[in-house]
Write a protein that binds this ligand. Structure first.
Ligand SMILES: CC(C)(COP(=O)(O)OP(=O)(O)OC[C@H]1O[C@@H](n2cnc3c(N)ncnc32)[C@H](O)[C@@H]1OP(=O)(O)O)[C@@H](O)C(=O)NCCC(=O)NCCS
Length: 222
């Protein structure tokens, strides 16, 4: 999807930037890890295939991908963007006849960053982005039955069980963006700022201007 190619989302502890070619070597390194392949139900790819995948994620109208950066490292101008990468987050539009339905995937690839609230922060940012920028009204997540952490995280965001496949050892969770969820999710968006990302460079100096900030009124509790 090209909608986010110039978008940088800045949260409290993370920064989300569009997935670009300079991120691919590190991404490919992550996906060589059998544990991550199993947790994300992914097949290993060659580096060349990974570059093709990055290009298709950018070009295909049904996929919106951001790379998750450690904000503290990113704030250091001497650190390259690739060295700040901790994971990725995707929205897939799964039904061509219903562009308001999307699947959400989150991966904190670096184990040392897990369990510190980053997954939750990224989920909230991407849910807000999906609702406000992509018009998503219904989210789904497909998660391995043994991936208790991921299941617990999505349930924190009011996802509930839609179906279980014993064959694929996978549960599908879903969440409809009703008024209660909108209030909870979008009530206070001050935690996230949308800025311009310039893809021809590779650090926080890419930020040229702030385009969105919110005028929050109430405190969301997700
Ligand atoms: C699943 C994942 C995205 C969660 O992100 P995270 O940063 O580790 O999780 P957070 O610290 O933000 O915690 C989010 C919630 O997950 C649950 N959780 C986190 N660590 C947990 C643990 N060790 N045991 C049980 N639940 C846990 C909790 O519900 C927590 O919310 P709470 O703290 O309000 O109770 C991350 O662990 C990950 O990417 N793992 C590997 C890849 C993966 O499994 N991706 C999902 C594929 S569907």
């Amino acid at each position: 999807m090209r909608i986010n190619e110039d978008t940088l989302l800045e949260g409290k502890n993370v920064v989300l930037v569009p997935y670009n070619a300079h991120h691919v070597p590190r991404y490919h390194q992550w996906m060589g890890c059998p544990e991550l392949q199993q947790l994300t139900a992914s097949e290993p790819l060659t580096l060349e295939q990974e570059y093709e995948m990055q290009k298709s994620w950018r070009d295909d109208d049904d996929k919106c991908t951001f790379i998750i950066l450690d904000k503290q490292r990113w704030a250091d101008p001497t650190v390259l963007e690739e060295q700040c990468m901790v994971g990725d987050v995707n929205i897939f539009l799964t039904d061509p006849s219903d562009p308001s339905l999307a699947e959400l995937e989150i991966m904190i690839a670096d184990p040392s960053y897990r369990g510190k609230g980053l997954g939750k922060e990224v989920a909230r940012m991407m849910l807000c982005y999906g609702v406000t920028k992509l018009g998503i009204r219904k989210f789904e997540a497909k998660i391995g039955l043994d991936n208790k952490v991921s299941i617990a995280m999505f349930k924190r965001f009011h996802f509930h069980e839609l179906s279980v496949s014993q064959v694929f050892r996978e549960v599908t969770l879903g969440m409809t963006v009703d008024q209660a969820v909108r209030t909870l999710l979008l009530g206070d968006m001050a935690f996230m700022q949308e800025k311009v990302y310039r893809k021809d460079q590779g650090s926080q100096q890419e930020v040229t201007s702030q385009v969105t900030s919110s005028n929050a009124t109430s405190q969301a509790t997700m």
